[in-house]
Design a binder for this molecule. Structure first.
Ligand code: 3PG
Ligand code: MG
Length: 404
């Protein structure tokens, strides 16, 4: 891959390799509820181990704010990682200093150790050079396999790449390859589905996409703000009325830049927001004042399917309706299944990520059928915004490729 080196470019046998992964996995009552981030890092860990490295796994978990918060220990994750890897994994209760180096010293070639939450040290998030030096002293080589943390300029995601010979892990490599195929060098036409609750969190993203894609399909609560900006009644719907001018600017810019913005033709409305609430489908210009919009309607879902079928590439971020609360999942499910079927027939490259997106695609039963589903939340959004991600930039920096 252009710009930085991968595991193909390094001999790791007998070396101690510090691997930054993202074990910030969702947990409930001490159990991991979604292990996608674990399964995605296994290729890198297996490869390093098979090639005879001592593998030292670094990650953050939660936001402990520079303190050792017991509930944010990575220890419970070590067991899950060991099961997934199929080998035992010792755990060191600190990510630097004597505790960490003693655990590493005990490793045999091919062994894997997990170190405690990097964010237990205040220097991690400050990208503190002193902490970076301490961490770098633990190993010979740095591998970053955490695209989902690449929007953070922290010691374990950024500084280490300047202190040790640095390489992208397999997960990072695959993420970047797909993101590049979807937005940097896509097959045209390109459509973007942008959903979710608020326009305010996606302004930069929309601004960047206007110059890159041919069609932007807007759904979710965001669409209400655009409908309102066009002078439509949105009743009790979630709507950022203060952003009406901004929404109108975006619609105008889209025309100038030749990007079509597609809003729902019809919508599902209800008087209250709860599972199974009585609801009806109305045209988007006839929303009763005492109702709220909770999903796109069937006419819109069918039209979006046709629009996507005319495209070669699809980027998807955010649900089209309140998918967690049926029946307001129907629009998201229908359009996601259409995209999955087009992908399966080889007619579409589909890349999805960010926030609720994976959950929405799982709910539709199609997460496995998209060309690629990113494990990243914030990093995926920043990438859609066209920002440079510090973790990726550091891998490409000249200092990162010191002689091996
Ligand atoms: C995530 O879950 O988005 C990543 O692990 C980054 O976590 P953060 O938002 O706390 O930096
Ligand atoms: Mg985040």
């Amino acid at each position: 891959m252009a710009g930085f080196r991968t595991l193909d470019d390094v001999n790791v046998a007998g070396k101690t390799v510090l691997v930054r992964v993202d074990l910030n996995v969702p947990m409930k009552d001490g159990r991991i509820t979604d292990d996608l981030r674990i399964s995605r890092i296994l290729p890198t860990l297996h490869e390093l181990s098979r090639k005879g490295a001592k593998v030292v796994v670094l990650s953050h978990f939660g936001r402990p704010d520079g303190k050792a918060v017991p509930e944010m220990s990575l220890k419970p994750v070590a067991a899950a990682l060991a099961t997934a890897l199929g080998s035992s994994i010792p755990f060191a209760e600190d990510c630097v200093g004597e505790t960490a180096s003693a655990a590493i010293a005990k490793l045999k070639a091919g062994g894997v150790v997990l170190l405690e939450n990097t964010r237990f040290h205040p220097g991690e998030e400050k990208n503190d050079p002193a902490l970076a030096k301490q961490m770098a002293a633990l190993g010979d080589i740095y591998v970053n396999d955490a695209f989902s943390c690449a929007h953070r300029a922290h010691v374990s995601t950024e500084a280490l790449a300047h202190l040790l010979p640095a390489y992208a892990g397999r997960n990072m490599e695959v993420e970047l390859k797909h993101l590049e195929a979807a937005l940097d060098k896509p097959e045209k036409p390109v459509a973007a589905v942008i959903g979710g609750a608020k326009v305010s969190t996606k302004l930069e993203l929309l601004g960047n996409l206007l110059g890159k894609v041919d069609k932007i399909i807007i759904g979710g609560g965001m669409a209400n703000t655009f409908l309102f900006a066009q002078g439509r009644e949105v009743g009790k719907s979630l709507c950022e009325k203060n952003l009406a001018d901004t929404a109108r600017d975006i619609l105008r810019d889209a025309v100038t830049r030749g990007c079509a913005i597609i809003l729902p033709d019809d919508v599902v409305v209800a008087r209250e927001f709860r599972q199974g609430a009585p609801c009806k489908v109305v045209p988007a210009e006839r929303v009763p004042a005492d109702t709220m919009i909770l999903d796109i309607g069937p006419v819109a879902a069918a039209r979006l399917g046709t629009i996507i079928a005319d495209c070669k590439t699809l980027v998807w971020n955010g649900p089209l309706g309140a998918f967690e609360t049926p029946p307001f999942d129907a629009g998201t499910v229908t359009v996601a299944r259409t995209a999955a079927a087009l992908t399966a027939s080889g007619r579409l490259l589909s890349v999805a990520g960010g926030g609720d997106t994976v959950a929405a695609l799982r709910h539709a039963g199609v997460a496995e059928e998209f060309s690629y589903v990113s494990t990243a939340g914030g990093a995926f959004l920043e990438w859609l915004e066209g920002k440079e991600l510090p973790g990726v930039a550091a891998l490409a920096a000249p200092t990162a490729v010191a002689a091996q």
